[in-house]
Design a protein around this ligand. Structure first.
Ligand SMILES: NC(=[NH2+])NCCC[C@H](N)C(=O)O
Length: 411
């Protein structure tokens, strides 16, 4: 088992040998989920945290036992908050972005946050701040002291933080801090951006940002797949807007990065497949797993740098053909999850059977529960590392969603 750390960010493919990854171990933020607000929090159910943590630890163990360095978001945040300038900047940003108008209430919250130790503050920024926690003076109580019916938090919890794929994406040697679509997830990328700006792990590597957390058009990491050192696929989905894709494509082409094409895969805008990686992932140099219920609904576009400095966007007919042409391969295989039976495929897709995390070419991590899809992958000579997922899956995401690769070795 190696703990060797790689200071630089580097992702030039979905499948190259994985060396460093960012995870978040589900924690108290999951215990703030309440039935009334599940929709807003992007959950269908309330997971059992203790079991969820065991499953997550098993996931991390499968990675570390293969020599992959695992960084934890909460530790990075805590270490960042230990620096005074970062701490003040983060608290100020949190206060500016609160959904609260009253200046006196904002000031009370600021003071409360600043009074916490780095570890406590990190926890609060993840698990949220409930209205009950802000002290009321004995003679001047706020209305929230008497009225408890409304939304219970001043600072929302971040139950989706364990889907570390979504709020940031390493593209080449730069980090794209993604602009999240839903209010429930916006603070996730704000915190990542602060970590990237202040934490020595990132500052010592001189990390450049492609994109910031608070841009106008949404783009989320579950939609971004780095297919090769030259080609990126981006899903246009319920979460990632066409404008967000164009903006990122322009920036990628502007800098001399080696990337020369962005393939846009537009998928139906639906909860069951909120991101491209819930229906399509890369498992080997020429193999992809795909949810069969969707293949004929995917619209494909190719974006390349335009001759006059803009973008040249060309609609393409066929996913398979486009992929093989763009990747310069004679043929590619689309492996249909669910083993050809649409009912099984739909059930397993809902439980993230298509959401694979490649740790090297032809070796992926998946949930054990998706037995049919895992067998199909094995039949196509893919090595499948299984992890338990009865509770983890309740947030609607699998191993790829739960991980942000920071460094993959290139050949
Ligand atoms: N990359 C992914 N598919 N992530 C899944 C995110 C699930 C999360 N509950 C959300 O709706 O945002």
């Amino acid at each position: 088992m190696s703990n060797r750390s790689h200071p630089l960010l580097q992702i030039r493919s979905e499948i190259d040998p994985l060396k460093t990854i960012l995870l978040h171990r589900p924690s108290r933020e999951l215990e703030q989920l309440i039935p009334k607000y599940l929709d807003e929090m992007l959950f269908e159910d309330i997971p059992y945290l203790e079991q969820m943590q065991k499953e997550h630890d098993e996931f991390a163990l499968q990675l570390t036992s293969r020599g992959i360095e695992v960084l934890y978001f909460e530790n990075l945040l805590k270490e960042t908050l230990a620096q005074q300038d970062a701490r003040v900047q983060i608290v100020n940003t949190v206060i500016d972005e609160l959904h609260v108008n009253s200046a006196s209430l904002k000031e009370d919250i600021r003071q409360l946050l600043l009074s916490r130790s780095s570890g406590e503050l990190a926890q609060t920024l993840l698990a949220g701040l409930s209205k009950n926690e802000v002290p009321h003076s004995a003679d001047e109580k706020r209305l929230s002291f008497y009225i408890k019916e409304g939304f219970p938090f001043y600072l929302d919890p971040l139950p989706n933080l364990y889907f570390s794929r979504d709020y940031g994406t390493v593209i080449g040697n730069r980090l794209s801090v993604n602009t999240m679509k839903a209010r429930a997830r916006k603070r996730e990328s704000m915190l990542l951006e602060q970590i990237a700006r202040y934490h020595r792990r990132f500052t010592s590597a001189g990390v450049d940002l492609w994109h910031h957390y608070n841009e106008k058009d949404s783009i989320e990491g579950g939609d971004i797949l780095i297919l090769s050192p030259e080609v990126i696929a981006i899903g246009c989905s319920a979460r990632t807007s066409p404008e967000g894709i164009e903006e990122l494509a322009e920036r990628i082409f502007e800098k001399d990065t080696g990337f020369r094409e962005v393939l846009v895969l537009q998928i139906p805008f639906a909860r069951a497949y909120m991101h491209l990686d819930t229906v399509f992932t890369m498992v080997d140099r020429d193999k992809f797993s795909i949810f069969p219920g969707i293949a004929e609904h995917i619209k494909v576009f190719s974006i390349k740098p335009g001759s006059k400095g803009g973008l040249s966007i060309i609609p393409r007919e066929n996913l398979k053909k486009t992929l093989s042409e763009s990747l310069g391969l004679r043929g590619i295989q689309l492996i249909e999850t669910g083993g050809g039976d649409l009912l099984t495929a739909e059930r397993e897709q809902w439980n993230d059977g298509t959401n694979t995390l490649a740790i090297s070419p032809g070796c992926v991590v998946t949930y054990r529960r998706n037995t049919v899809s895992n067998d199909i992958l094995r039949k196509h000579n893919i090595e499948v590392v299984e992890i338990p997922g009865s509770e983890l899956v309740r947030g609607r995401g699998g191993p790829r969603c739960m991980s942000m690769p920071l460094y993959r070795e290139t050949e």
